[in-house]
Design a protein around this ligand. Structure first.
Ligand SMILES: Nc1nc2c(ncn2[C@@H]2O[C@H](COP(=O)(O)OP(=O)(O)OP(=O)(O)O)[C@@H](O)[C@H]2O)c(=O)[nH]1
Ligand SMILES: Nc1ncnc2c1ncn2[C@@H]1O[C@H](COP(=O)(O)OP(=O)(O)OP(=O)(O)O)[C@@H](O)[C@H]1O
Ligand SMILES: [Ca+2]
Ligand SMILES: [Ca+2]
Length: 579
C-alpha cells in the first residue's frame, strides 16, 4: 500500500500537495466513512453480507467544499459509467446530477455514516438491471427520504413529478406485505401477482433493489425484525425477482434471507461451499477456456455453427440447500455445484432444420473425447424436449483428480434459440424458479419490464436539452457544472454547486485556487479533467485500502475463531484493531 500511495503522490503535479491537504483532498489513503466510492459488495456476490463492524466509529475527515465537489463528480462519473448502453443520455445525466445534488447533503450523516454508500449501491444495482436514470435517481432519493432530511415536496419541486410518482408508488409497495400473512403460501403468491399486475413495474424493481440493500445490512436491526424481513424476502421478493428475470438479485436475496432464517443450516452449507469455492471457481474458468478452444477449433462443428459462447457459475447457498432438503442428499451428491453452459449459434437457425440438434450432439462428442463423462447421468432434452418445451443436453463431468475428490460439474449444451426459450419463453427460468403457474406470464413480465425501461429512456431522451447543451458534450460532469455553457467553470458556477451541496460558498475560492493552473480565475476543460483524474486516483486508493483492510480483518477473524485474537490484542494493543 505504501508503494501505491507513493506512486500516486508522485503523479500529482508538484506544489499541489499542501493545498490538497487543506481542502481535504489529500491523497493519503485513509478510511473515510463518508466517501462515495461504490462498495465492492455492489457486485452481485452471493455471500456479500457486510461484516458487523463498520467504519462509522472513525471520526469524519476534515470536510471541505472541495471534497464535496470531488465526491459529486466522482460518484456521478461512476454511476453514468455503469448505466446501460444508450441509457446515459444528456437529459438522463442531468437528472441524475440534480438528484445527487439534492440527496448528497441529506445522506451524509444517515445510517451511521453508511447512508451515502448504501444509496449508491442501490443505484448501481438498478444500473446493472438496465434501469434508466429516473429509477436510479429515485433509488438514491428514496434513501434520502428515509434518512428524513428531505421531503417529497423537495423532490417534486427540484427534480420533477415523474420521479415523485415513482417514489409514491414504491412507498405504497413498501407497506403492502404488512397487510397479508406471508406465511400463507396462497396469500404470498397472490401478493406477488398483485405487485406485478397492479404497480408500475419499475417501482417493483426499485423496491427489489431497496430490499437487497436492507438485507445486506440486516445485522444492524434487532433479531425479531431480521426474521420478519427475511421471511418477507423469502416468500415475496426473491420469487418476484426471479419472476421479472432479475436472476442475480434473486440469488443474493435468497442467500441473505436463508442466512438469517436458518443460521445453522446456512453455516453448514456455507462452510461446505466456501471451502471449495476458490478452487472450484478456478476450475470453472479453466474448463471454460479449454472447452471453448477445443470447440472453436473443431472443423466439423464450425461447419454447423457460426458462434459459440460458454457461461459458468458456482451454485448459490440457498439453491444448494434446497437440493439437500428435497431428497436428503449430501452436498457432495449435488451434481451441479459446478456448472457450465455452452450456447451454440447454428448457421441455419430455421427451427424445422436439424442444425441445432446436430450442433449439440457434435459438441457432446467433443466433450466425451476431452473430459471424464459420468455414465448414466446424461439427459438429452434436445432429442426429447420436456413437456414445457425446454431443450438442452445435460452431461455430468467428473473433475476429481487422484487423491482429490471433487463435486461433479454439470455441462448444459443448447442453441441460442433453446436458450431464449429457457430464459424468457414458456420453459423460462422465471417460471421454473419464480413460482408462476401461468405459462407465458414470465415472458410477458420480462417484456413489460424492458418496455418500461425503454419508454422511460425514450422520454428522457426527448426532454429538451438546456439552452447550451443541445450539441455534443465531451464530458458530462463538466457540462453540467458549466451552467452557462461558455466552456469554462466560473467562480459563480462553482459557488452555486457548493452551496447546493451544503458547503460554504467561500470554499469555492479555495478549490478554484487549487485547480486553476493558469490563474485566469476560471476552470478550463483541461483543468477540470486533471481534477477528475485526481478524484479517480483518490477513489482507487480507497478501494485498495478497503481491500487490504478486508484481508487483514479476515485474517483477524480466523485468528479470533482460534481464540488467539485476545492474545494478539494484549500483545499489540490497538495496532491490530481494524474497523
Ligand atoms: N429454464 C429451465 N431450466 C430447466 C428446466 N428443466 C431443467 N432445467 C435446468 O436443467 C438443470 C438440470 O435439470 P435435469 O437434468 O432435469 O436434472 P434434475 O432432475 O433437476 O436433477 P438434479 O439436478 O439432480 O436435481 C436444472 O437444474 C436447470 O438448470 C426447465 O423446465 N426450464
Ligand atoms: N450448468 C449451468 N451452467 C451455467 N449456468 C447455470 C447452470 N445451471 C444453472 N445455471 C444458471 O445459474 C443460475 C442459478 O441457477 P441455480 O443453480 O440456482 O438453479 P438451476 O440449476 O437452474 O435449478 P435447480 O436448482 O433445479 O438445479 C441461473 O441463472 C441458471 O440459469
Ligand atoms: Ca441445476
Ligand atoms: Ca461557465
Amino acid at each position: 500500500m505504501a508503494t501505491a500511495a507513493t506512486a500516486a503522490a508522485a503523479a500529482v503535479p508538484a506544489g499541489r500537495h499542501q493545498h490538497q491537504h487543506r481542502l481535504g483532498l489529500g491523497l493519503h489513503p485513509r478510511p473515510n466513512p463518508h466517501r462515495l466510492r461504490l462498495p465492492t459488495s455492489v457486485a452481485f456476490s452471493s455471500s456479500s453480507v457486510p461484516s458487523t463492524s463498520s467504519s462509522s466509529s472513525l471520526s469524519p475527515p476534515a470536510e471541505g467544499g472541495g471534497r464535496l465537489v470531488a465526491e459529486l463528480v466522482g460518484v456521478f462519473n461512476e454511476l453514468t459509467g455503469r448505466m446501460g448502453e444508450g441509457l446515459a443520455t444528456t437529459s438522463s445525466s442531468r437528472l441524475l446530477f440534480r438528484a445527487l445534488k439534492l440527496a448528497l447533503p441529506a445522506l451524509r450523516e444517515g445510517e451511521g455514516g453508511r447512508a451515502l454508500t448504501r444509496a449508491l449501491a442501490v443505484a448501481a444495482t438498478l444500473a446493472d438491471l438496465q434501469m434508466d436514470a429516473e429509477v436510479m435517481s429515485a433509488g438514491i432519493l428514496r434513501k434520502a427520504l428515509d434518512a428524513g432530511t428531505i421531503s417529497m415536496q423537495d423532490v417534486e419541486a427540484q427534480i420533477g413529478a415523474g420521479i415523485a410518482d415513482l417514489l409514491h408508488e414504491s412507498l405504497r409497495l413498501k407497506v403492502a406485505p404488512s397487510k397479508v400473512d406471508v406465511l400463507d403460501d396462497e396469500s404470498a403468491g397472490a401478493l406477488r401477482k398483485f405487485f406485478l399486475s397492479y404497480y408500475d413495474i419499475r417501482a417493483v424493481i426499485l423496491e427489489l433493489s431497496l430490499k437487497l440493500d436492507t438485507m445486506r445490512h440486516l445485522q444492524y436491526l434487532p433479531k425479531h425484525l431480521q426474521r420478519i424481513k427475511s421471511l418477507e424476502v423469502m416468500k415475496i421478493y426473491a420469487p418476484l425477482a426471479h419472476a421479472v428475470g432479475a436472476g442475480n438479485l434473486s440469488l443474493e436475496l435468497e442467500d441473505l434471507s436463508f442466512r438469517y432464517l436458518f443460521p445453522q443450516a446456512y453455516d453448514h452449507v456455507d462452510q461446505w461451499l466456501r471451502n471449495r469455492e476458490a478452487e472450484c471457481k478456478l476450475l470453472i474458468k479453466a474448463y471454460k477456456a479449454q472447452l471453448l478452444q477445443a470447440l472453436k477449433s473443431d472443423d466439423e462443428l464450425n461447419k454447423i455453427v457460426k458462434d459459440i459462447s460458454i457461461e459458468g457459475r458456482y451454485k448459490s447457498r440457498f439453491s444448494t440447500m434446497k437440493k439437500l432438503v428435497k431428497d436428503g442428499r449430501k452436498p457432495e451428491e449435488v451434481n451441479d455445484i459446478l456448472g457450465l453452459r455452452i450456447i451454440l449459434d447454428p448457421r441455419c437457425d430455421d427451427v424445422s432444420s436439424d442444425w441445432g440438434a446436430r450442433a449439440c450432439h457434435r459438441t457432446h462428442e467433443i466433450i466425451r473425447t476431452l473430459l471424464n463423462e459420468v455414465p448414466g447421468r446424461t439427459k438429452d432434452y434436445v432429442t426429447q424436449p420436456k413437456r414445457n418445451g425446454y431443450q438442452s443436453l445435460h452431461v455430468a463431468i467428473d473433475v476429481s483428480e487422484p487423491g482429490k475428490t471433487r463435486p461433479l460439474m454439470e455441462i448444459q449444451i443448447r442453441t441460442k434459440e433453446m436458450h431464449r426459450i429457457a430464459i424468457g419463453g414458456e420453459a423460462s427460468h422465471s417460471l421454473y424458479k419464480g413460482g408462476l403457474t401461468d405459462p407465458g406470464e414470465g415472458k410477458r413480465l420480462k417484456a413489460i419490464m424492458l418496455a418500461a425501461a425503454e419508454l422511460a429512456a425514450l422520454r428522457l431522451r426527448d426532454l429538451p436539452a438546456s439552452d447550451h447543451q443541445g450539441g455534443e458534450c465531451k464530458n458530462q460532469a463538466f457540462c453540467l457544472l458549466d451552467k452557462n455553457g461558455d466552456g469554462r467553470i466560473s467562480i459563480e458556477e462553482l459557488t452555486e454547486v457548493m452551496e447546493d451541496l451544503g458547503a460554504e460558498g467561500e470554499d469555492a475560492m479555495a478549490l478554484m485556487h487549487l485547480l486553476d493552473a493558469n490563474s485566469d480565475g476560471s476552470l478550463s476543460f483541461d483543468e477540470f479533467e486533471s481534477f477528475q483524474r485526481q478524484v479517480e486516483l483518490m477513489r482507487s486508493l480507497e478501494d485498495r485500502d478497503d481491500h487490504y483492510t478486508k484481508i487483514l480483518k479476515d485474517k483477524l477473524q480466523t485468528i479470533d475463531s482460534a481464540g488467539l485474537i485476545h492474545f494478539y490484542r494484549k500483545e499489540l494493543g490497538d495496532k491490530l484493531l481494524v474497523s
